[in-house]
Write a protein that binds this ligand. Structure first.
Ligand code: EPU
Length: 341
């Protein structure tokens, strides 16, 4: 049974940037079966609705006038199993890292590279979370969601989810209408590690591990993340603040002619992804601080709130970073988190 709503709710502890913001109503969701009744009532009152998971990929630029639905549902259910793989449905409100840990304990392989990503399971498909050579799309089977506009349950296949780099149907056609209730994963029962990502390989070598197993990859990913990325519990942040820009083959060749050192990753379709962190770093932003808004000193792609930064201070810093990268490299950086307000 879902708990009652809270009025004029403080959202500071519900977003990992720790930005001060309030919502007209905060409605916890403890049972996905309550979603139809809850959202019908909100739509009848013509209220704006925002779905919140761990609040780790969101910037509250202002107060939210409407109802925030806080997904707190729990549950992990094995749907099927064969000799090679297991199909597992996980409730949207489960903590992502706890789920990765649980899967590893059960011998369900394939999520090791995605260890320590902040947030909830239900938020993972929205931006197709990815790290150290693996993206959610590589392990996803389907997504169950409530469509509050058409008033029906959706069972979305991988193709329906239209996953791309930090992108999915939930940012486009289903934005503002689909509420993810469960995510169904297909995980391998035999270890098949992916340890090719440069940082990961370096860490494994430093540990003297030549043939890593899933636990080694998990431990190494945790170590790399702890060394480079700030823990949101200690210092406010929303992970990468910008997407890595993807340029056409022609634009990429032009850029590389003048900046051959720019880290880049060619894709199968000829486009080339560049490391936004490198551009920002080259512009001298790493470790810079303006009041309590700053750029992380070990990963230039991460903006941090050292304490009491306001959203406008943080966004002003982001705009100046974008301007300097545009001026020096001719590249436009797009914010990665959802900006509300
Ligand atoms: N680099 C710099 N300066 C820096 C940081 C990095 O020059 O301050 C260079 C590195 O030397 C490297 C390149 O930039 O050549 C890429 O750096 P890194 O491997 O740290 O990855 P990233 O592209 O900056 C992406 C994801 C991260 C994910 C890592 C690891 C995006 C927007 N970010 O960062 O995801 O953890 O790869 O796979 O794609 C997130 O989305 O919130 C996130 C943290």
């Amino acid at each position: 049974m879902t708990a009652p709503a809270l009025l004029d709710a403080d959202l500071r502890d519900l977003n990992t940037l720790h930005l001060a913001a309030r919502a007209t109503r905060l409605q916890p969701v403890d049972d996905a079966a309550d979603l139809p009744a809850l959202t019908d009532a909100l739509r009848q009152r013509d209220e704006r609705v925002l779905v919140l998971g761990g609040g780790s990929n969101i910037v509250f630029a202002s107060d939210f006038s409407g109802t925030v639905l806080q997904m707190r549902t729990r549950g992990i259910e094995v749907l099927a199993r064969n000799d090679d793989s297991v199909l597992v449905a996980v409730a949207a409100g489960e903590n992502w890292h706890d789920w990765v840990n649980h899967a590893l304990d059960q011998g369900w392989h394939g999520l090791e590279n995605l260890a320590l990503i902040p947030g909830t399971v239900g938020a993972a498909p929205v931006q197709n979370i990815g790290a150290y050579g693996v993206e959610l799309v590589d392990r996803l089977e389907r997504v169950e969601a409530w469509d509050m506009q058409d008033r029906c349950w959706l069972d979305l296949t991988l193709a329906d989810c239209a996953m791309g780099y930090r992108d999915s149907v939930f940012k486009h056609r289903l934005a503002g209408r689909a509420i993810i209730a469960r995510v169904v994963f297909r995980l391998s029962l035999t270890p098949a590690v992916q340890a090719g990502y440069a940082d990961l390989q370096r860490e494994l070598l430093a540990r003297g591990i030549a043939a890593p197993g899933p636990h080694d990859v998990f431990d190494a990913v945790c170590a790399v993340r702890r060394a480079k990325l700030p823990d949101p519990a200690v210092i406010g942040n929303a992970g990468s603040f910008f997407r890595n820009p993807v340029l056409s083959a022609v634009a990429a060749a032009n850029l590389l002619a003048s900046h051959p050192g720019a880290p880049h990753y060619p894709a199968a379709d000829g486009s080339v992804k560049f490391a936004a962190a490198w551009f920002i770093d080259q512009c001298g932003w790493k470790g810079k601080r303006r009041g309590d808004a700053g750029v992380h000193d070990r990963q230039a792609l991460v903006l941090v709130n050292h304490g009491r930064a306001s959203a406008s201070q943080l966004l002003a810093l982001a705009v100046d970073i974008q301007a300097s990268v545009r001026e020096r490299f001719g590249v436009d950086l797009e914010p990665e988190p959802v900006i509300v307000g």
